[in-house]
Design a protein around this ligand. Structure first.
Ligand SMILES: [Zn+2]
Length: 44
C-alpha cells in the first residue's frame, strides 16, 4: 500500500532544506539536486 506521504525526498545542498518528489520531476528525479530553479542558479 502506498501513502501519499510516502513520496521520496532529497535535501537541497544550497538551502539545506528537504524537498519532496514532485510530479514534474517524475521522469527526472534521479537528476534533481536542487529544490528549485532559484537554488540551482545560486549554486555557482
Ligand atoms: Zn534549495
Amino acid at each position: 500500500m502506498r501513502k501519499k506521504s510516502d513520496l521520496p525526498t532529497k535535501t537541497c545542498p544550497v538551502c539545506g532544506r528537504p524537498f519532496t518528489w514532485r510530479k514534474k520531476w517524475a521522469r527526472d528525479w534521479d537528476n534533481v539536486i536542487y529544490c528549485s530553479e532559484r537554488c540551482r542558479r545560486s549554486k555557482s
